[in-house]
Ligand binder design. Structure first.
Ligand code: UDX
Ligand code: UDX
Length: 459
């Protein structure tokens, strides 16, 4: 079959895979190919055992795979055939050299740009899908335009705002699609070409165009704002615990103000995920590089509060369990960084597990999707860790349960049965405030919610 356009995506990760599956589903006239250097990942994208868990994703992939969606390791052929290349390779925080621990490591991006130059034989649109520091496109343009073949690459920024666990829904019904381009004739034309892809299913007023730098920076700012809301409510949760105010009541009261809005005001053991910390660190680094130290400090505090919240959670567990957890069996209910994903990158569970192991607790990690990743995350740590998908089995003989992930299934557990199988006194630390604390208390648990009065049976 002859396709109207050949779209390539380099990088078959959490962003590239779902995004391209939805584009293929909505644009049957386009051939969409996703390439990745990782052979195992591609093998799994070509099977029904997808490399990432996302509700609804397998159905979308199955409906288009082999029709107009293809997964391959052949990056070179992919580049040759493409009219439009989305680049969605990872941009982790640098771990070495200048800017280590702060700046984005752009080596994969740059390597990809060189590969594009080496193998392209005609002009193409290059779309930044990965989250990148503001003005990265400038560097990319320099690399791409250095070609001796007389071909032109137009660089577009089209940051992805999908959230894990709801990726398919977010892609199908985005709040907005942002397309940044050079404000030149060819830049605007390329932006229109990318907009035309999304126009197959996204209303015109939700497709926003801007200059390149605004698009790049908007993604960092959006993540910083979202994370800042969580750090704000988490900071308030600490104050609530001192004053007998209830953080959930405050979220509701404050979030009812339409100027503030109700979402992203759930106090938690801390935000995780591959993006928030990385992107804020990057924002902080960029601000410092322009000597905007006050601005950098402001955003850095969002991360500091997040670390404080995780630390506070662990300290509370230790303190309430009579200042020693040596040899005590503690169950972490959930290990994914949020519900509905198997992803554990930057999960607060990693910090909590590490600290509890340092205190020589015996850990049991339970999660419906994330145990494979949990094993990898904790593989280097000393101490006793078991992995048990069944929460009931995990709780047998345990002294405490700590909720780390807000999985729906945990709300529906039979806690009377769980309590009966645990050692007494039994403790429950709800790091997500998802359980019925009064009911747990009545069952017999000593309950420690976040930002709410604790409920204990001790005199
Ligand atoms: C990543 C970044 O975390 C995010 O900031 C950015 O917006 C998009 O890329 P994600 O899709 O979650 O998001 O990353 P990951 O799941 O690690 O996928 C990246 C993929 O790129 C991996 O499968 C990796 O094998 C592939 N890759 C990386 C290449 O194909 N070539 C490379 O040179 C480097
Ligand atoms: C985020 C952004 O939401 C998305 O737009 C961007 O493209 C990538 O980064 P993601 O990290 O997948 O998405 O998940 P998100 O739903 O934002 O949650 C991030 C973290 O914040 C999770 O650990 C979550 O549990 C936590 N969270 C979220 C809270 O602690 N409280 C809240 O009220 C909301």
């Amino acid at each position: 079959m002859k396709f109207a356009k050949n779209i390539l995506c380099i990088g078959a990760g959490y962003v590239g895979g779902p995004t391209m599956a939805v584009i293929a589903a909505k644009c049957p006239g386009c051939k969409v190919t996703v390439v990745d250097v990782n052979e195992e990942r591609i093998r799994r994208w070509n099977s029904d055992d997808l490399p990432i868990f996302e509700p609804g994703l397998l159905d979308v992939v199955r409906s288009v795979r082999g029709r107009n969606l293809f997964f391959s390791n052949d990056v070179v052929e992919g580049i040759r055939a493409a009219d439009i290349i989305f680049v969605s390779v990872n941009t982790p925080t640098k771990t070495f050299g200048h800017g280590a621990g702060m700046a984005s490591d752009l080596q994969y991006w740059e390597k990809t740009a060189h590969e594009i130059v080496a193998h392209a034989d005609r002009s193409k649109i290059i779309v930044e899908k990965s989250t990148l520091p503001v003005r990265t496109a400038e560097a990319m343009e320099c690399i791409l335009q250095e070609n001796k073949k007389g071909i032109h690459f137009e660089v577009i920024s089209n940051p992805e705002f999908l959230s894990e666990g709801s990726a398919v829904k977010d892609l199908l019904e985005p709040d907005r699609v942002l397309i940044g381009s050079r404000q030149t004739e060819s830049g605007r034309k390329a932006a229109q070409e990318i907009a035309a892809i999304f126009a197959h299913w996204v209303a015109a007023d939700k497709i926003i165009t801007s200059n390149l730098w605004s698009a790049e920076l908007s993604k960092l700012v959006a993540n910083a704002f979202l994370a800042q809301r969580i750090s704000s409510i988490n900071a308030v949760s600490a104050l609530c615990e001192k004053t007998d105010a209830d953080v959930a009541e405050i979220s509701f009261a404050v979030g009812s103000d339409t100027r503030i809005g109700p979402r992203f005001l759930n106090a938690s053991v801390g935000f995780g995920g591959s993006c928030f910390k990385k992107d804020i660190l990057n924002l902080v680094y960029i601000c410092r590089s322009y000597d905007l130290n006050e601005v950098a400090d402001y955003w850095q505090a969002v991360i500091e509060i997040n670390e404080y919240q995780q630390e506070r959670f662990v300290r509370k567990i230790i303190k309430e369990m009579f200042n020693t957890i040596v040899g005590k069996k503690i169950v972490l209910l959930g290990f994914a960084f949020k519900a509905n994903t198997g992803d554990t990158r930057e999960s607060p569970g990693i910090f909590v597990a590490g600290k509890l192991l340092e205190e020589r607790a015996q850990l049991v990690i339970s999660d419906p999707q994330a145990l494979e990743n949990a094993r990898k995350e904790l593989s280097g740590l000393d101490g006793s860790v078991e992995y048990e998908p069944d929460p009931y089995r995990a709780a047998v003989d345990a002294q405490a349960i700590a909720v780390i992930t807000e999985w729906d299934i945990y709300r529906k557990l039979d806690f009377a049965k769980i309590f009966a199988s645990m050692r007494k006194p039994a403790f429950l630390f709800d790091g997500r405030n998802i359980l019925d604390h009064q009911k747990l208390f009545q069952i017999g648990f000593n309950v420690f919610p976040l930002g709410k009065p604790s409920l204990t049976h001790f005199k």
